[in-house]
Design a protein around this ligand. Structure first.
Ligand SMILES: [Zn+2]
Length: 99
């Protein structure tokens, strides 16, 4: 489940606005408040993953680039899955702790 969330997070970084639908596709049954918390957390994390300079994308975790959208997706997934996973875990603990 967490790796799926990492994938969603990376997608969101490259194509903002996909989190809600992707979470729905996973078919996770959670309380709507928890769900909103999860969506918000993933959206926030996504904003910290890439930076844009014109049409080029740069990794904000290691500053490598420039990448195309596809290149950035593969880079984040291959190199930073574990980093993103631990950010997601921390953020979820925080969000769920607030409920
Ligand atoms: Zn990187």
């Amino acid at each position: 489940m967490i790796p799926q969330l990492v994938r969603i997070c990376i997608k969101e970084a490259l194509e903002p606005g996909v989190v809600s639908r992707e979470i729905e596709d996973l078919g996770i049954r959670v309380d709507s408040e928890v769900r909103r918390g999860i969506v918000r957390a993933l959206e926030e994390i996504a904003t910290t993953l890439v930076s844009r300079k014109g049409p080029s994308l740069y990794c904000r975790l290691c500053r490598k680039g420039p990448y195309t959208k596809r290149g950035a997706y593969l880079h984040l997934l291959r190199i930073h899955s574990e980093d993103i996973m631990s950010i997601v875990r921390e953020e979820f603990d925080r969000v769920i702790g607030q409920l």
